[in-house]
Design a protein around this ligand. Structure first.
Ligand code: UD1
Length: 418
């Protein structure tokens, strides 16, 4: 099994180009079931994307990947496809559930494996099913599968989500695109990845209006020829390298981004005393001598993202005094804490809140993590720790970080995969 070895305390400097967003690519790939012929560019070639492509191939979509210019062409001219998403393809990646809306709206039936639990929480799919039922689907659960049918097709309606969900909003949006008439979604998620999905659906022919947390979709599938779409940058990857720069950067420049989307994260780092300057498409970041403590809570966008919580916690271990993180999105997202403690971090957890005392001197250790963002937080800890850190189970990192070692090595980090 592969591991990462990191020799810590090496000051970082250089430029990092941010890849396309994994979390924007996944729903856009699923929505491509509804397109005849599309070319997507800036798709990050990470494990989760290959899993989604495997699922789309299984369904019957023709796919051509060009690894050199990171484009993916998808063609679907079929009247009949395989409307099944099997367990073996959905169990490793929860986003497999995103094919449910597109299959149902186009082919009027779908059988999709329940994704099941995962390390960061139970992660149910009730909100996905709630929205699809409102659009007219008959849904039953049998033998671990969601079996959905809409014999006369889905019909637009008003849907008010009882709570906020990124994936359920995406599934509902794509389904509403293919439904008859107008759909209004309220109390929905409005993450930048959802805005990217909306701009893609517009290219496929939907008329869509966004009014705060309300989205109005008038679906209409255009019979156009080829559609091109460039995936938005990965704001979580960008935030991760910003934190690396804040921890141990002489000067790291992060480019191919829109700093406006990271406004909240930049403000938090500035409040902690990090030196940051932004231009139109890049941000430069430098480690200050002293970091100030801060309290944050994770929230839906534009609040602080749960996907950057573990990384920010590492920065808090270097700040003066007690910092706090309240995790509001997932119930079990402090899995990195025991490993950070083994490296010398002083962290206490009570209910949803982690209390982090700093500055602490971290020392290298052999560690492992159980999810994507927790794993990358251990990489950040390794970069500032004394001696050598060995990170196990790096397949979690490969699910979502493109060229992680290469990007860090280019900034003079001592990191290698063995
Ligand atoms: C997406 C992101 C993930 C991110 C999360 C929150 C992708 C591929 N993944 O995940 O990286 O951490 O948003 O920003 O884009 N919930 C329910 N019922 C449902 C659906 C969700 O109770 O039917 C709960 C979840 O358990 C969680 C909360 O709602 O507590 C938010 O989850 P959701 O926004 O749906 O996350 P994902 O779309 O799975």
């Amino acid at each position: 099994m592969q591991k990462l070895l990191i020799k810590g305390k090496k000051k970082l400097s250089g430029t990092i180009s941010i890849s396309g967003s994994k979390n924007a690519s996944l729903p856009i790939l699923a929505a491509s079931i509804l397109a005849k012929n599309v070319k997507l560019s800036n798709v990050p070639l990470v494990k989760d994307i290959f899993t989604m492509l495997e699922l789309l191939k299984f369904i019957g979509i023709k796919i051509k990947i060009n690894k050199n210019n990171k484009t993916i062409e998808l063609k679907n001219n079929k009247k009949i496809v395989n409307t099944l998403a099997p367990y073996k393809l959905v169990k490793t990646m929860r986003a497999g559930i995103l094919v449910l809306g597109p299959l149902l709206t186009k082919y009027r039936k779908a059988k999709v494996s329940l994704p099941g639990g995962c390390a960061i929480g139970t992660r149910p799919v009730d909100l996905h099913l709630f929205a699809l039922k409102k659009l007219g689907a008959n849904i039953k659960i049998k033998d671990g599968y969601i079996i959905a049918e809409a014999k006369k097709g889905l019909v637009g309606t008003n849907i008010k989500f009882p709570s906020n969900s990124v994936g359920a909003t995406e599934n509902a949006l794509i389904a509403a695109h293919g439904a008859k008439g107008k759909t209004t979604l309220s109390n929905c998620a409005i993450e930048p990845e959802i805005i990217d999905l909306i701009s893609y659906l517009k290219k496929l022919g939907s008329k869509i209006k966004i009014l705060g947390r309300k989205i109005i979709i008038i679906g209409k599938e255009k019979k156009t020829k080829k559609i091109n779409h460039r995936i938005i940058f990965d704001r979580i990857e960008a935030g991760t390298y910003l934190i690396a720069g804040a921890l141990i950067g002489n000067k790291i420049t992060i480019n191919k981004i829109f700093p406006k989307i990271l406004k909240n994260e930049i403000n938090i780092l500035k409040k902690m005393g990090v030196f940051i300057s932004s231009s139109k498409n890049s941000i430069s970041v430098r480690n200050p001598q002293k970091l100030k403590r801060i309290n944050i809570s994770t929230k839906p966008y534009p609040g602080f993202p749960t996907d950057l919580q573990a990384q920010l916690m590492v920065l808090m271990t270097q700040a003066n005094g007690w910092s706090q993180i309240k995790e509001n999105i997932f119930e079990n997202r402090f899995m990195h804490v025991p490993e950070l403690r083994r490296m010398g971090a002083k962290i206490k957890i009570k209910d949803k809140i982690a209390y982090i005392f700093g500055p602490s001197r971290l020392t290298g250790a052999e560690v492992m993590a159980t999810d994507l963002r927790a794993s990358v937080s251990l990489v950040l800890a390794g970069l500032i720790a004394d001696n050598r850190t060995i990170i196990n189970r790096i397949y979690h990192l490969d699910r979502g970080y493109e060229f992680l070692e290469k990007k860090l090595k280019n900034c003079k980090a001592q990191i290698k995969r063995v």
